[in-house]
Design a binder for this molecule. Structure first.
Ligand SMILES: [Zn+2]
Length: 387
C-alpha cells in the first residue's frame, strides 16, 4: 500500500541532489511511502497519487534521529551521584559499578521493561534508530543476557564487556581482558553486531591502549564491527587506535590532539560527539568546529545511560551542539541523522531519498531550526504511518 505524506511545510531529505545544501531542504513538499520505504520526494504540487494520505498540516518533517550511542540495558538509577557531582564531585567512571550490581540483580522482565520504556521515550522524541550497548553485566552470562534483550529492540547491538574492570577483578585487568576476549566474546558474538571498549588509560576503572587493542582485534576476528569510547576524560590512544583499526566510530572525542584530528580527517572513522555527557558532568565540551572544519564526519548521539548522562533527547543534544559547540542548526541536525547513520554504517537510514526507510520525524514547528531555537520544548516525535 502506498501512502502520500503531504502538507509538509519544510522537508529535510539530507539528499543534496534534490535541493541545495547538505540538508536538501524542499519547501511545501510531499513524500510517498511504499511498504515502509520512501519511493518519491518532491514539491507537493508534483506529488503522484497514492492509496492513502497523511496530512501533517504545514509542519516540518526531518529524517528520524539516529542515536548511535546508548546504554539502555540496566537497572537502578544514580540520581544521588548526579546530585553529588553538581556539588563538585568529579566523574571518573567509577559509579558504573553501582549500575553493574543493580543490573546483575535484576530479572529479565525488569530489564526488558526498562529497556522498552526507554525505547518508547526515544520514539516519542523523534528517534527511529538506536544503538544499544551491553556493559552493565560484566560476567559471561550477564553480558550475553543484556545483548539478547537488546537484540529484541534493535539490530544495532554492541558488546561492551570492556566497559570497566569489575570489582571482583580489581588489580587484575589483564585477566579480565582475557575473559572478555575469550569466553565472554564467544557467548556474546551471536547476539551482537558491534564490539566496543572504554579506552581511558588514566582512569582507574577503564582500559589502556594495549588492552583496548586486544578487545577490538578479538571482536574483529569474531566478525564484529568496531566502536571505541575514546578520549573522553583525557587525551590518549583511543582515537588513533580506532582509526588504525578501521572502527566505524570513535565516541566522545572530548580531548583531542592535532594528530588525533588529522587521523580522523584521513580515515573512515566517524567522530561521535556526546554533548549531553559534558552537560551532565559539567565538563568542557568537545571542539566540534575543529573537527567539522578539518572535514571529519561527525555524529551526535545521546550516550543515554544512568550515570554520566541520563537524557534520551536527541533534540536536547542538537540544542547543546548549537549553543555550546558552535555547530549551525543545519550541521547539528545532519550530525544527529545522517552522521549517526554513518557511525552505524547504515545507508538505509538518516536520510529521506527514494530507497531509504520511511523513518519520519515531525516537528510541531515550521522549520528544523526550531530544534535548537526552542530548547527543552517537546516539538518533535516519530510519525506512525498507517500500515
Ligand atoms: Zn557510552
Amino acid at each position: 500500500m502506498t501512502i502520500l505524506v503531504t502538507g509538509i511545510g519544510e522537508l529535510v531529505t539530507n539528499d543534496p541532489t534534490v535541493a541545495d545544501g547538505p540538508l536538501g531542504v524542499i519547501p511545501d513538499a510531499a513524500l510517498v511511502v511504499d511498504d515502509g520505504i520512501v519511493v518519491w520526494v518532491g514539491p507537493a504540487t508534483g506529488a503522484p497519487d497514492a492509496d492513502d494520505r497523511v496530512d501533517v498540516g504545514g509542519r516540518a518533517v526531518v529524517p528520524g534521529f539516529v542515536d548511535s550511542h546508548a546504554h539502555l540495558v540496566f537497572a537502578g538509577d544514580r540520581a544521588a551521584e548526579f546530585e553529588a557531582r553538581m556539588s563538585g564531585a568529579r566523574y571518573d567512571g567509577g559509579g558504573i559499578g553501582t549500575t553493574v550490581a543493580a543490573t546483575r540483580g535484576a530479572t529479565d522482565a525488569e530489564l526488558r521493561a526498562r529497556l522498552a520504556g526507554l525505547i518508547a521515550e526515544m520514539r516519542r522524541q523523534g528517534t527511529t534508530t538506536v544503538e544499544v550497548k551491553s556493559g552493565y553485566g560484566l560476567t559471561v552470562e550477564d553480558e550475553a543476557r543484556c545483548l539478547r534483550l537488546a537484540a529484541e529492540v534493535t539490530t544495532e547491538t554492541t558488546f561492551l564487556g570492556a566497559h570497566v574492570v569489575p570489582a571482583e577483578y580489581a588489580g587484575r585487568a589483564d585477566e579480565y581482558v582475557a575473559l572478555v576476549t575469550g569466553p565472554m566474546l564467544d557467548a556474546c558474538a551471536p547476539h551482537t553486531r558491534w564490539v566496543d571498549v572504554f579506552c581511558e588509560p588514566r582512569s582507574a576503572h577503564a582500559f589502556d591502549g594495549d588492552q583496548a587493542r586486544a578487545v577490538l582485534e578479538a571482536g574483529r576476528d569474531a566478525g564484529l564491527g568496531l566502536r571505541v569510547h575514546a578520549n573522553q576524560l583525557s587525551a590518549g590512544p583511543g582515537v588513533r587506535l580506532a582509526v588504525e583499526l578501521g572502527a566505524a566510530s570513535a565516541d566522545h572525542c572530548t580531548h583531542l590532539t592535532a594528530d588525533d584530528v588529522d587521523a580522523l580527517a584521513g580515515g573512515t572513522t566517524v567522530a561521535t560527539l556526546l554533548p549531553g555527557v559534558e552537560f551532565s558532568t559539567r565538563s568542557p565540551y568537545p571542539d566540534a568546529r575543529r573537527l567539522l572544519d578539518a572535514g571529519v564526519t561527525v555524529a551526535l548521539a545521546t550516550d543515554c545511560n544512568p550515570g554520566s548522562c541520563f537524557t534520551s533527547s536527541m533534540a536536547f543534544c542538537i540544542a547543546l551542539a548549537v549553543r555550546e559547540m558552535r555547530m549551525t542548526p543545519a550541521e547539528a541536525l545532519w550530525c544527529a541523522t545522517a552522521g549517526g547513520a554513518a557511525a552505524l554504517r547504515r545507508p538505509d537510514v538518516g536520510h529521506l531519498a527514494p530507497g531509504a526507510r520511511a523513518d519520519l520525524a515531525v516537528l510541531d514547528a515550521p522549520s528544523f531550526r526550531h530544534l535548537a531555537y526552542r530548547p527543552g520544548v517537546p516539538l518533535v516525535h516519530a510519525l506512525d504511518l498507517p500500515i
